[in-house]
Design a protein around this ligand. Structure first.
Ligand SMILES: Nc1ncnc2c1ncn2[C@@H]1O[C@H](COP(=O)(O)OP(=O)(O)OP(=O)(O)O)[C@@H](O)[C@H]1O
Length: 254
């Protein structure tokens, strides 16, 4: 997938701070997401992982600092420039957020209807390719109520990929899945990252997933109100830089 920004990071967060009202969630968070990697945001409940994701896709503005994504700044971009940037970001929310009255195929066709002028047959063909990529070719005509939780996540990923975004954000992809289904989803994410060159930003606190898919991660911490670790998750597990990181990895593996 061609990303015109060349060797520049896909996402750059520079001294980003965020809070709501008087409450500070995190301060001075700085990191780069490189092209083609699976980047994981981890940390305990309420530390601000989802908020950081929302900052990256322009749903919130940071209280200080700056986030650039694909060379643009969503806190400043307006009109057509903002729309063009948003079009290049795929997001799968925790719930999967499929429309219950539509088949999986129709769900995946939705972004193509909203953002392209492709005729119906072409939209359908593209949507079928996306469903094929996530292993759901045989389920195209099913309704969300007729499929398992793991299939719903896959369909959510297919829909998020409809417009071939160079960056895909996944919010807690393993939430609500049994370990076997979750491991299957991890495999899919790794395959897509490798085969399509898509950059993934994944919010999760599932240790097995973090270790299975993460090329690099950052860890946020509620008490520290900021980022307390960055790097290869296997390295952080084996050589934790502080007690909080050690406890996070031990607690979950025990
Ligand atoms: N729009 C908002 N207005 C006010 N407070 C908010 C808003 N969004 C999130 N918060 C608060 O900020 C804190 C961090 O929320 P966030 O969802 O980012 O955490 P998280 O690390 O993703 O947590 P979890 O793992 O439990 O989903 C929470 O206490 C939440 O209640």
């Amino acid at each position: 997938m061609a990303v015109p920004e060349g060797g520049r990071p896909v996402i750059r967060a520079e001294k980003v701070s965020m809070g709501f009202g008087q409450r500070v969630l995190f301060r001075d968070v700085t990191f780069d997401v490189k092209r083609g990697e699976v980047f994981v945001i981890l940390g305990g409940s309420g530390c601000g992982k989802s908020t950081l994701l929302k900052l990256m896709i322009g749903l919130y503005r940071p209280t200080a600092g700056r986030v650039t994504i694909l060379g643009g700044d969503l806190a400043e971009a307006e009109g057509e420039a903002r729309r063009n940037l948003l079009r290049r970001l795929g997001v799968m929310w925790q719930s999967g957020a499929l429309f219950g009255s539509m088949t999986l195929l129709e769900n995946v066709m939705l972004p193509l209807e909203a953002h392209t002028d492709l005729p119906r047959e072409a939209r359908e063909a593209v949507a079928r390719v996306k469903l094929g990529l996530v292993g759901l070719s045989d389920a195209a005509s099913r309704l969300p109520a007729e499929i398992s939780g793991g299939m719903a996540k896959r369909a959510g990923i297919a829909r998020a990929m409809a417009l071939d975004p160079p960056v895909l954000f996944l919010d807690e992809p393993s939430a609500g899945l049994d370990p076997v289904t979750s491991a299957g989803l991890d495999e899919l994410i790794k395959d897509l990252a490798r085969d399509l060159g898509t950059t993934f930003v994944v919010v999760t606190h599932e240790l097995q997933s973090i270790l299975a898919i993460g090329d690099r991660c950052i860890m946020l911490d509620k008490e520290a109100q900021g980022m307390i670790a960055e790097g290869d998750p296997r390295r952080l597990r084996d050589e934790p830089p502080n007690d909080t990181v050690r406890k996070f990895f031990r607690r979950e593996t025990a």
